[in-house]
Design a protein around this ligand. Structure first.
Ligand SMILES: [Zn+2]
Ligand SMILES: [Zn+2]
Length: 216
């Protein structure tokens, strides 16, 4: 699996185009402006990819800005965790709360939970439910290439926010990291929802929040 990263909007939210053998999935269509949406589309065309899934790590408004645009462009499955439903249905309310605007996406056609898989090309992504930052947080793991897309759970030197957002739990977030992400192994590359890519090994050794959580 090849991972092409983009960072979009004033939230600096990462969007990932993951592809393998001509097929692709788009993880978190965070592109807010027409220009940002066209950047992703241009790469899809340049690499001659067939986009087969639009996936959400969670449905906070900064991760869904571009969903509507891509739903109109491609014949693909739209998948998220079922707890994303109220967040998607209230997309405009979420946007207003942050002083931005969003064209609401449709409700996903596929609900994903722990242990489900998503396949494209020769890649199979395994779904881990990693709540805490939001109830619908899921991570997508490619065990074959040791890469994982983890949304707003674990960042380089930091962790997902659990204050000022609905249905968060810091304890649950730390458990998601220690019980679900750390077992992926030190070599596993992490593509987070914000900031640069990192590895489990780096965060295990250097991330103060992870070090604290492991001690407990
Ligand atoms: Zn978030
Ligand atoms: Zn985010």
């Amino acid at each position: 699996m090849q991972v092409e990263p983009f960072t979009f909007s004033s939230f600096m939210t990462n969007c990932y185009l993951c592809h393998d053998a001509g097929e692709a999935v788009l993880v978190d269509a965070s592109c807010e402006t027409t220009d940002e949406q066209r950047q992703v589309q241009a790469l899809i065309e340049e690499l001659d990819l067939e986009v087969v899934h639009l996936l959400l790590t969670h449905a906070h408004v900064d991760h869904i800005f571009g969903c509507h645009f891509f739903e109109e462009q491609y014949d693909m499955r739209f998948a998220a965790h079922e707890a994303a439903r109220p967040f998607i249905e209230r997309a405009e309310e979420q946007a207003t709360a942050f002083g931005v605007q969003v064209t609401p996406p449709s409700v996903p056609t596929t609900w994903l939970g722990e242990g489900d898989t998503v396949s494209f090309g020769n890649t199979t992504l395994e779904v881990l439910h990693t709540p805490g930052h939001s109830p619908d947080s899921i991570s997508f793991v490619d065990r074959a290439s040791q890469q994982a897309l983890t949304g707003d759970v674990l960042f380089q030197n930091s962790i997902g926010r659990t204050q000022g957002l609905p249905q968060t739990s810091r304890d649950q977030l730390l458990r998601s990291i220690t019980d679900k992400l750390l077992p992926l192994g030190d070599e596993c590359t992490i593509y987070p929802g914000h900031g640069p890519q990192t590895t489990i090994g780096r965060e295990r050794q250097q991330n103060p929040f992870v070090r604290e959580a492991v001690k407990q």
